[in-house]
Design a protein around this ligand. Structure first.
Ligand SMILES: CC(C)(COP(=O)(O)OP(=O)(O)OC[C@H]1O[C@@H](n2cnc3c(N)ncnc32)[C@H](O)[C@@H]1OP(=O)(O)O)[C@@H](O)C(=O)NCCC(=O)NCCS
Length: 174
């Protein structure tokens, strides 16, 4: 545990207890209004199914999964999608950056991003791509960390309780 009260680690395999905790993180974010592929309310069953699929990708080393853990359990997570088409071996997508509401604004998100970038370098990746809700909390985080804004796609997705939201695409060279 750091002085900040959380520690980061990469999970190479997920057990059931860890999948439960990751479901808690995802449900908390959707409950808080985050547009992260799911509508509200997100059932526990659906969240568990999502993380079980992620676990399969982690076991196959197609995904790198990082978690932040505080005294209460997992409080944040982010993934790198390492498996890409054969003409894009140098690229990874960054996805599902999630920090529980109780742990926000303490640097967990920035620490997860830095850890993900380190993991990407270890895999020989030189280009990262992500998308985020335009002008949201995450977009601010990515811009602060030096990600380059490509452009916005209007009406790309829905907020969890409805209503279109615009998505902005970012990249970062490592
Ligand atoms: C976006 C998200 C991941 C950010 O996580 P976070 O842990 O709060 O991120 P950080 O703490 O690194 O930074 C957030 C803010 O806290 C501030 N902060 C960081 N450490 C701080 C500290 N010790 N004291 C006070 N403020 C601090 C940062 O400056 C930043 O401020 P800003 O929003 O005004 O720019 C989080 O809000 C989240 O999970 N949202 C819902 C899910 C989501 O939208 N995910 C993105 C999908 S693309």
């Amino acid at each position: 545990m750091t002085a900040a009260g959380y520690r980061l680690r990469r999970l190479e395999a997920l057990d059931d207890a860890q999948i439960e905790q990751l479901a808690d993180v995802l449900i908390d974010c959707v409950d808080g209004g985050a547009s992260v592929s799911f509508m509200h309310p997100l059932s526990r069953d659906r969240a568990l199914r999502f993380w079980r699929r992620v676990a399969e990708g982690v076991a196959l080393r197609e995904r790198a999964l990082l978690v932040a853990e505080d005294a209460l359990g997992f409080c944040g997570t982010v993934q790198l999608l390492l498996e890409q088409p054969e003409n894009q071996p140098h690229r990874a997508d960054l996805a599902k950056m999630l920090v529980r509401r109780r742990a926000r604004r303490q640097g967990v998100g920035a620490a997860l991003m830095q850890a993900a970038e380190s993991a990407a370098r270890e895999h020989g990746k030189t280009l990262l791509v992500l998308d985020a809700v335009t002008d949201g909390d995450a977009a601010r985080l990515y811009e602060r960390l030096g990600w380059v804004r490509v452009g916005a796609i209007p009406d790309y997705a829905l907020f969890p309780t409805g209503g279109f939201c615009s998505t902005t695409v970012y990249y970062r060279r490592l």
